[in-house]
Design a protein around this ligand. Structure first.
Ligand code: ATP
Ligand code: MG
Length: 426
């Protein structure tokens, strides 16, 4: 064996561009927010779904839509045994694939799911935009009711209220069905035909393939054209069917009754092809240029398009990184007890009994003197230290010290546990 290990190249110990290590205090914030999101959804009967991080590339081509930025430019695609696979750029396509493959169409309706995990998009890294980022998402399958739309929106808004997110705005719009959009296309194209050459190349392509998506353009010059009063007035005249309009009116009525503030935004179309009727986005002015924290909508055709039974659905996804930048100070996890000892077996027994009652306990593992162990307890900001030495083991006691007040008492484990009641939930 070579005794001098080869020098490690610097780029090997650098994380890839656009990715993040989540550790230290950050990871506590992540865990707090993740569990709050989970509890919110679980308390309304949503169940987690975990799907693979890679899927057939074609699933995303069909599910997200050819011609979208995600599919055209942003996917990490690789080939194995003649199969093209891609790292998932978003969660819905995989969840819908699982819905079809697992026969969830036969489950009692509605099927209410949530997911949480990393997504991958080859984008230019910048504030609020990473190549590996995390989404928390919700999908509700099997119902085409305004109440279903209202519930998923409510889930997101209530979560954000609990997290006290600042300067939020919920924007909603009704983009109708494919048939409604045919009517929209004709009028919209006629209106913009004279200015076609002034639009960016992408919008000129969208003009031919999917004019609605022109409204999602991020170029200022295009945005200025779409902001003209004539275009604005056209967008404000509802081009959707009576059924779509009634659906939207009922959604708005429910939101009003629940005092969920929203703005109707006729420019909101969302970048993906699969939406029908309701679309929405939750933004915060505290986020800067990448201001969307959550986006979603109804997609009544996607399950069928991916080979499943006709199944209406509605859902959303939020970006965890952007959400976390909006969350202020969170309660810190406290260390209830630090066990100072030279009797490992007894120390672990006491720790296990306290942990079983829901307390957060650390046992000293250093084997150093009691003085050093108390220093460590103070560094960790433990509330109380329990000392277990030879004398304590012999007479069956423990010594408990409140580290903030300095107050001390000798007691037994049984007495300590009964004093501590009511115990915290584990
Ligand atoms: P944007 O307009 O910001 O590009 P998007 O329409 O591409 O957003 P969605 O596909 O709707 O985003 O994803 C839902 C959420 O995921 C976004 O609202 C955002 O919070 C987050 N998100 C999307 N792309 C990224 C990224 N590259 N880095 C971090 N978060 C992201
Ligand atoms: Mg994007």
């Amino acid at each position: 064996m070579n005794s001098t290990p080869a020098k490690v190249r610097k780029d090997i110990i650098q994380r890839p561009k656009g990715t993040q290590d989540i550790c230290g205090e950050d990871v506590e914030r992540w865990e707090y927010v993740e569990s709050l999101c989970r509890l919110q959804l679980q308390s309304a009967g949503y169940q987690e779904i975990r799907t693979p991080i890679f899927e057939a590339t074609e699933l995303f081509e069909r599910g997200v839509g050819e011609g979208t930025d995600i599919v055209n430019k942003e996917m990490y695609t690789f080939e194995k045994s003649d199969r093209r696979l891609s790292l998932r750029p978003e969660g819905t396509a995989g969840v819908v694939r699982a819905f079809v493959e697992q026969g969830m169409g036969r489950w009692p309706k509605p099927v209410k799911l949530y997911y949480l995990g990393p997504m991958f998009r080859y984008e230019r890294p910048q504030a609020g935009r990473q190549r590996q980022f995390h989404q928390f998402g919700v999908e509700l399958f099997g119902l085409d009711t305004p109440a279903a739309d209202a519930e998923v929106i409510l889930m997101a808004m209530r979560m954000f209220e609990k997290l006290a997110l600042p300067n939020l705005s919920l924007q909603i719009n009704n983009i109708g069905t494919v048939e409604c959009r045919e009517r929209f296309k004709t009028g919209f194209k006629a209106l913009l035909a004279p200015q076609l050459t002034q639009l960016c190349a992408d919008c000129q392509t969208r003009y031919q393939t999917n004019p609605l998506r022109m409204l999602d353009c991020k170029q200022d010059s295009c945005k200025a054209i779409y902001a003209q009063p004539t275009v604005k007035a056209f967008l404000e005249t509802d081009f959707t069917s009576e059924d779509c309009q009634a659906h939207f009116a009922e959604l708005v009525r429910i939101l009003d009754a629940l005092k969920v503030p929203y703005q109707r935004n006729p420019y909101l179309v969302r970048g993906l092809d699969y939406y029908t009727k309701t679309v929405f986005e939750i933004t915060s002015t505290n986020l800067g240029a990448q201001n969307a924290v959550c986006g979603g909508g109804r997609y009544n055709r996607l399950v069928e398009d991916l080979g499943g039974p006709e199944t209406p659905a509605v859902g959303w996804a939020l970006g965890m990184e952007r959400l976390l930048t909006l969350v202020g100070d969170l309660p810190k996890r406290t260390l209830d007890f630090y066990i100072v000892h030279d009797q490992p077996a007894e120390a672990f027994q006491v720790a296990e009994a306290l942990r079983a009652s829901g307390y957060h306990v650390e046992v000293d593992l250093s084997g150093k003197g009691f003085g050093k162990q108390f220093e460590r307890a103070a560094k960790l900001n433990a509330r109380q230290a329990i000392t277990i030495g030879e004398a304590e083991v012999q007479n069956g006691t423990i010594r408990v010290k409140h580290l903030h007040s300095g107050e001390q008492q000798a007691t037994t484990l049984t007495d300590l546990l009964s004093q501590l009641a009511p115990a915290k939930q584990p």
